[in-house]
Ligand binder design. Structure first.
Ligand SMILES: [Mg+2]
Length: 194
């Protein structure tokens, strides 16, 4: 019989690590936001699978490369070892609508707010015999596209005030998260695990 799992979907830049205002290309630019490592450890200890879902259109724009993005995703798990934790899966979307590319656009619908990466993660869990319970799964991010992606996928969206902090934009556009927290640590301890 299939196992039911709950998932904490996380945006990367501006949610887990500091948003530098541009595409991050090197390990030296990749700095965890205070409390993010502990938050991920707490969520996994409470039974959540952790899945990173990140738009990396810098690839299509020629600012960063697939190799750099994948190295930084590996580096994140190396950093998380300090909290004896790791993420379970990571998905990135290389495409950008203004920069069409035959390879990068193969996975149509991956770019947030489209829910393609979430759906792929859920399908990959299912392939391993794990059914994701969307109604007890969260999507945490710093941008309106994260909130919209979570809503479209039937997840519980949480906005954090780190990174771009698009709280006012969410209100203006009527795309409303179920909770707003100062950062990932507070989102996890004050809402998701509270
Ligand atoms: Mg972000």
């Amino acid at each position: 019989m299939a196992e039911t799992v709950k998932v904490l979907f996380l945006d990367r830049d501006g949610t887990i690590n500091e948003d530098t205002g541009s595409y991050i290309t090197s390990r030296a630019q990749f700095q965890l936001i205070e409390g993010a490592g502990e938050a991920i450890a707490l969520a996994r200890a409470a039974g959540y699978r952790v899945v990173v879902v990140t738009n990396q259109a810098g690839i299509a724009r020629g600012i960063t490369t697939i190799e750099q993005v994948e190295d930084l995703n590996r580096y994140l798990n190396e950093l998380l070892e300090a909290w004896h934790t790791r993420y379970d899966r990571c998905y990135y979307c290389p495409s950008h609508p203004d920069h069409p590319h035959p390879l990068y656009d193969l996975d149509a619908g991956c770019r947030k707010p489209e829910p393609g990466m979430v759906e792929r993660a859920i399908a990959d869990f299912l392939a391993e015999g794990q059914v994701v319970d969307r109604s007890s799964s969260f999507f945490v991010g710093d941008k309106i596209v994260d909130v919209e992606c979570g809503l479209r996928a039937g997840l519980r969206p949480v906005l954090v005030r780190t990174g771009h902090n698009e709280e006012q934009l969410c209100i203006n556009r009527g795309i409303i998260p179920e909770h707003v927290a100062d950062d990932l640590y507070r989102a996890v301890t004050g809402h998701i695990l509270a």
